[in-house]
Structures are given as C-alpha cells and as structure tokens.
Design a protein around this ligand. Structure first.
Ligand code: PEP
Length: 301
C-alpha cells in the first residue's frame, strides 16, 4: 500500500470518534447504527455493466428469532423478488434456516449459512455439517469471517479444511479475508491479504477456485460505520484479482466474484459498486433491515 492509502486511512481514523478495532479487539456489531456516508473523492458514476453477476449477501450474525427472520425475508422478497440481475442471499443463524427456507420457497432470494464444520459427522458438539446445511436448503456458506477467526480462533488451516469439505458438495463458499487496522497502519495489507488467499486456496483445483466467492472485509470496517473508501477497496480487490490471474488463470480471475464487506449501507453502496473489481457486498448490520438491504441490492443491479 502506498503513502496515499496510508494517509487516507489516517484521515479516516482521525475523523472517527470510535475506538479502532484490531485483531485482538474486533468491533462489536451494532446493527442499529446507521453507517455514515463515507467522504470520497471518487465521482459517482453509474455502475458499468460487468460481466460478473453481482452478489449481495446478508450476514445476520446472531440476530433474529424464527418469527423475526420470517418477517424480514417476507418484506425483502416483496422488495427485491423480481431483481434477477443480482444474486441476493440471506444468511440467518442456524436456528432460523428452516423458517427462512419456508418463506423463500419459489423466490429468487437464496439461502446461506454463516459457518460449517469440516467433518461429515461425529462428536463435535454445537457444530453442523455440509450435508446438514444442504438438507436445510442452503446453497451458500460463509467461511473464515473475521469474527470466527478472532472469537473462535479459526486458523487458516481450519479454513482450508472447511473449504475443501465444502467443495465436495454443491455448496458455494463465501471466503472472507481482510486485514486488521494494525496491519494496514504497518503497510502490511498486501502481505496479509495475499497470505490469507494463498493459505486458503493453495490445495484447491482451478475448477474449485472458479466457484468460490471472495469477500474482502477489512476488520477495521466491520460493524464500525467506517467504510473503506471506494479507492481503498478497489485497490485490494484489484490485488486479489491479480493474484487469481497469476496463480490460476486470467479466465478464473475474470470469473470469480469479489465482494466488499465492512459497514456497507444504502448511502455508500453505489459508489463502491461503481468500482471495476467490486462485484457486490457482504452486508452485516444493514442486512437486518429489509428496506436497507433491498436498497443495497437495488443499487447493485
Ligand atoms: C459482516 O458481518 O460481514 C459485515 C460486513 O458487517 P457490517 O456490514 O455490519 O460491517
């Protein structure tokens, strides 16, 4: 990362009144807090038609009972149910998967899970398998979210095992990667991002890699209201796509969808989406509200 990035980041920090999250202290999610619109020097342009179909996935984390989940997706389907140009996904907690599946039946909104175990079955209290998720109607699963890496000590090796297991099924993994604030301030973004990619993807075949969805989620932007500027996000997305091109092929690099995640809101989605290498979003807080999430989907279409 060059000096410009560093000073942009510093400026972002100085403008913020919140304590910075770190690998040791990631931000507590605050779904009720509306992320402020990020100041950006990028001119807002209409999103160019990209060859990759955009994906907008909502990560509900540990929020919503079954009834609440059903109410939210009922409203969401009413708002985005005819947007065919975006893959819209909701990832409720395990307990609400079947309730949400019932409401989503026949709609184009799809179901994902937030986590999975790497074994088929066994004495792993509290865990769920790939087969259980598929049986529960899931088509996607989030792997390696920074909250799981931090709070549940998921290593790159665990993430690699999960990915390999997911690829023996029809599920599509959404692999999360992202640097901490310390890493960004120490100009280690490239090292961290490429290291995470290398360790997660090294055992995969090219056909497997071409199926993956990657979510770039800077840890300092998750749940904090501090979105990466479109320039900062685009720079990392470009880095990821280049890595795919060098390590797999340009065909695969062109095909893989790379999402941005970190305080995405209806106020900042279209500027981010206008970037060449941003193919959609992984949305936390703003996905809990059907109206906000629907606006993000609409702006990505
Ligand atoms: C997330 O949980 O993946 C996320 C990006 O959260 P938020 O949108 O709330 O920052």
């Amino acid at each position: 990362m060059d000096e410009t990035d560093h000073s942009e980041m510093k400026e972002m920090e100085e403008n913020s009144t919140e304590e910075a999250p770190s690998e040791e202290n990631p931000a507590e999610p605050n779904p009720t807090e509306e992320a402020p619109a990020e100041q950006s020097e990028v001119e807002q342009e209409p999103a160019e038609q990209k060859s990759r179909k955009p994906v907008v996935a909502g990560n509900w984390k540990m929020f919503k009972t079954r009834d609440e989940a059903q109410d939210t997706v009922r409203e969401l389907v009413g708002l985005v149910g005819n947007i065919q140009t975006v893959d819209t996904i909701v990832c409720p907690p395990f307990t609400a998967l079947s309730a949400v599946e019932e409401v989503l039946a026949g709609s184009i909104v799809e179901l994902g899970a937030q986590n999975v175990h790497w074994k088929d079955e066994g004495p792993f209290t509290g865990e769920v398998s790939v087969a259980m998720l598929a049986d529960g109607g899931c088509r996607y699963v989030i792997i390696g979210h920074s909250e799981r890496r931090h709070y549940f000590h998921e290593s790159d090796e665990v993430i690699q095992d999960k990915l390999e297991r997911v690829f023996s099924s029809e599920l599509v993994p959404i692999l999360c990667i992202g640097e901490s604030l310390e890493a960004r301030e120490a100009d280690r973004v490239e090292e961290v991002i490429l290291g995470q990619l290398e360790r997660a993807l090294r055992e995969l075949t090219d056909p497997q890699t071409s199926r993956i969805i990657i979510a770039y989620e800077p840890v300092w932007a998750i749940g904090t209201g501090r979105t990466a500027t479109p320039e900062i996000a685009e720079k990392v997305h470009f880095l990821i796509r280049n890595w795919l091109s060098d390590h797999c092929s340009t065909g695969i690099a062109d095909q893989v969808r790379i999402l941005y995640g970190g305080s995405v809101s209806p106020e900042n989605a279209s500027q981010l989406m206008a970037q060449e290498n941003i193919d959609g979003f992984l949305v936390g807080g703003a996905s809990l509200d059907a109206q906000s999430f629907a606006k993000i989907v609409q702006q990505s279409s």
